[in-house]
Write a protein that binds this ligand. Structure first.
Ligand code: ADP
Length: 168
């Protein structure tokens, strides 16, 4: 099934100049990039992104990590589209825990566990279809995606003259 997935090169990936390596590995999937941007991450966005983990003891640390408190306040967010995109990207990323990730995967090659016990694992990739939809809509506006058919959108007026396309 053709589907979309959100990929984020986290602040450690940018700080360590791993962008090229990560994109090269992801290009093996032959998926299409339909959205891409460099973004600074606010606390609100980081907390919303990780809201499924808000009861975990490491929640505050991973929010700080995504905001770039330990590296640089930038991430690269992308949307990949194609057949089995979610599973193909997750396979190349490797397991969440970099010590358990296969050595050839992105996380196995470049991830580490900090002395505070946080998995600094270079990359985020959506885990399943509902997560992918929620995350793509959280990180991207419809106008930033080069695909007409990803998810339904509608046009709203933001002022007398200006209109904007939003996710329905
Ligand atoms: P994934 O990113 O593989 O989808 P999760 O959504 O469960 O995994 O976790 C989000 C992020 O939180 C992980 O990528 C990792 O950086 C961090 N993390 C997850 N579990 C732990 C843990 N047990 N200890 C430390 N950090 C963790």
């Amino acid at each position: 099934m053709a589907e979309s997935t959100l990929v984020i090169i986290k602040p450690d990936g940018l700080q360590k100049s791993l962008t090229g390596n990560v994109l090269t590995r992801l290009s093996e999937t032959k998926l299409v990039i339909v959205g891409a941007k460099i973004k600074s991450v606010s606390r609100g966005l980081a907390e919303d992104h990780y809201r499924h983990l808000k009861d975990k003891p490491f929640f505050e640390e991973i929010v700080n990590y995504l905001m770039g408190h330990y590296h640089t306040n930038r991430v690269m967010a992308m949307v990949y589209y194609g057949e089995d995109a979610i599973q193909k990207v997750r396979k190349i990323c490797g397991a969440t825990n970099p010590e358990e990730a296969e050595p050839g995967t992105i996380r196995g090659s470049f991830g580490r566990i900090t002395t505070k016990g946080i998995y600094e694992n270079v990359i985020h990739a959506s885990g399943n279809t509902p997560d992918a939809e929620r995350e793509i809509k959280l990180w991207f506006d419809p106008d930033e995606i080069v695909s007409e058919t990803l998810y339904p959108t509608k046009e709203i007026s933001v002022s007398n003259k200006q209109k904007k396309r939003v996710w329905t």
